[in-house]
Design a protein around this ligand. Structure first.
Ligand SMILES: O=C(O)CCC(=O)C(=O)O
Ligand SMILES: [Fe+2]
Length: 418
C-alpha cells in the first residue's frame, strides 16, 4: 500500500485529523497504519530496538502490508523532507496538543521534528539547528576527522565484567586538572588540547548557553539552592565519535562526579544525522522522544535534564537518518561541560576501601531522588559497596559534600518535582 492509500485509510478512520497531521503520525510510526491507529486511540505501543528490527505484526485487519524495505524508503524520504524544514513551524504541534490533552502513554515513541515541538514537549531542552556559520562547522568537522584516531572506546565494569563502549570518546580541555571520570580504565580521561576550531566553537557555545541560562533563571519558579547561577564557562568537552550506524550510546545520564548537581551540558553534532533519544528516568517505560540531530545542530540540556531524563543515541535501523555528504555515516558530538572545582579540592573517599567515590542519582527504591556517593571500587570490578548520601547546601565555600545522615542529604526530587 502506498503512502497516499495509507493516508486515505487513516483519514477515513479519523475524519477529525487533517492529512498533514496524519502523515506526521504515520512517519513517526515507521509507516505503519496499525501503529498510527494505536497511537491515536491511545493503546500502548512497544517500540524498542528489538521490536523495530523485527517485522511488525499488523493488528489492523484488511491492510496489506508493504515490504519493510519499501516502508523504510518512504519514511526516509518523508523524514528528509521534514528535516529540511526543521526550523519551520510544523503541524506536529497539533500532535503535541493532542498529547497534552491525553496523558503520555507508556512505551511509546514520539518523534519531534520542529524546534517548537521539541522545546514545548521537553522544556529543559533547547535546540539550535545550523548553529555555527557554515565555514566554521566544516572546519570543525574536518578537524575532528583528522583527529579521529585519538578517540578511544571507553572500558568499564558491569557486574564484574569488563565492557567496552561502542562509540569512541576523547576529552578536550585546557587543563590537566580535569578528571573527566575516574571510573574509566584507559587513557580517555587525559584531556587533549583544544584546537583553534574547537576554541572558536566553544566561545560561541558559552555565549549562547549564558543567554539561555539567564532566561532559564528568570523563568524558573522552583530554584534549588544548590543550582549554580554564576557565569557558565565550559572548561572541558567530551567528544564522541560514531564511525558508523552500528556505533551507539546506550541509555544513560551524564556523570556528575566532576560537573556537580543540576548541570548544563551543551552538545553540538557534526557529520551524519542520527537520532538522539530522551525519556524520563522514571517510570522506566515512559514515552521515548526522538530528536533528529543534523550536522551543526546545538542541543542544550538545561539543569534537571540529568536528574529527570535519560538519553541515548540508538542504533535502530533508521537511526541513521542522513549520511554526511563528505564523511558518510561518521558522526561526532562535542559535549561542552563546566567542571565543579570544589569537588576537585574536596574529593569524597570511601570509608571502607579509601577509594574515591562517584556522584550518582538514585532513580528507584525508597531513596529515589537522592544524590549519593558510591565507591569507585564497584565500578572497577571490586566488590566494595561503600555508600554515603550527598549534601549540597549552596555552592560558595562548601567543603563537605557527603553525609551519613539521610536527614541532611540533598534530594533533587523535592526541589524539582513537588
Ligand atoms: O552524541 C550525542 O549526541 C550524545 C552524547 C552523550 O550523551 C554524552 O557524551 O554523554
Ligand atoms: Fe550523555
Amino acid at each position: 500500500m502506498d503512502t497516499d492509500s495509507k493516508l486515505n485509510l487513516l483519514s477515513h478512520i479519523f475524519p477529525d485529523f487533517d492529512k498533514v497531521t496524519l502523515l506526521e503520525l504515520l512517519v513517526s510510526c515507521e509507516g505503519s497504519v496499525g501503529k498510527a491507529k494505536k497511537l491515536i486511540l491511545g493503546d500502548g505501543i512497544t517500540d524498542d530496538t528489538e521490536e523495530l528490527n523485527t517485522p511488525e505484526k499488523e493488528s489492523v485487519p484488511n491492510i496489506v502490508e508493504v515490504p519493510e524495505a519499501q516502508v523504510e524508503n518512504i519514511v526516509l524520504q518523508e523524514k528528509r523532507k521534514i528535516e529540511d524544514t526543521i526550523e519551520a513551524e510544523s503541524s506536529l504541534s497539533k500532535i503535541v496538543k493532542f498529547q497534552k490533552l491525553n496523558p503520555p502513554l507508556t512505551n511509546r515513541t514520539v518523534t519531534l521534528y520542529s524546534k517548537h515541538d521539541i522545546e514545548s514537549v521537553l522544556p529543559n531542552i533547547k535546540i539550535y539547528p545550523k548553529f555555527l556559520q557554515k565555514q566554521l562547522a566544516d572546519d570543525v568537522l574536518d578537524n575532528l576527522v583528522s583527529q579521529k584516531m585519538l578517540f578511544k572506546a571507553k572500558q568499564f565494569y558491569i557486574a564484574g565484567s569488563l565492557c567496552k563502549s561502542s562509540q569512541k570518546t576523547a576529552v578536550f580541555g585546557d587543563s590537566d586538572q580535569v578528571d573527566y571520570d575516574p571510573v574509566y580504565q584507559d587513557g580517555v580521561t587525559k584531556p587533549l588540547k583544544m584546537t583553534p576550531e574547537l576554541i572558536k566553537c566553544r566561545i560561541l557555545i558559552d555565549q549562547k548557553v549564558n543567554m539561555v541560562l539567564q532566561k532559564y533563571h528568570e523563568d524558573s519558579q522552583d530554584k534549588a539552592d544548590f543550582l549554580i547561577h554564576e557565569n557558565w564557562q565550559s572548561d572541558f568537552c567530551v567528544g564522541n565519535y560514531f564511525p558508523d550506524n552500528k556505533s551507539h550510546l546506550d541509555w544513560h545520564t551524564d556523570k556528575l562526579t566532576n560537573i556537580g548537581p543540576l548541570p548544563t551540558i551543551a552538545s553540538i553534532s557534526f557529520g551524519a544525522t542520527r537520532i538522539f533519544r530522551l525519556r524520563r528516568s522514571n517510570p522506566t517505560n515512559s514515552t521515548i522522544y526522538n530528536i533528529l540531530l543534523p550536522n551543526n545542530t546545538l542541543l542544550i540540556m538545561l539543569p534537571s535534564t540529568q536528574e529527570l531524563y535519560k538519553h541515548s543515541v540508538p542504533t535502530l535501523k533508521d537511526s541513521l537518518v542522513r549520511p554526511h555528504s563528505k564523511f558518510g555515516e561518521s558522526r561526532f558530538s562535542l559535549t561542552f561541560r563546566m567542571s565543579y572545582p570544589e569537588f576537585e579540592k574536596n574529593k569524597v573517599y570511601c570509608d571502607k576501601c579509601k577509594k574515591q567515590m562517584i556522584l550518582r542519582r538514585l532513580f528507584k527504591g525508597e531513596d529515589i531522588g537522592y544524590y549519593v556517593w558510591m565507591c569507585m571500587g564497584s565500578f572497577k570490578g571490586v566488590n566494595c559497596k561503600g555508600f554515603k548520601y550527598a549534601r549540597f547546601s549552596g555552592r560558595t565555600g562548601e567543603s563537605e559534600f557527603a553525609t551519613t545522615h539521610k536527614s541532611k542529604a540533598t534530594r533533587w526530587l523535592s526541589s524539582l518535582e513537588k
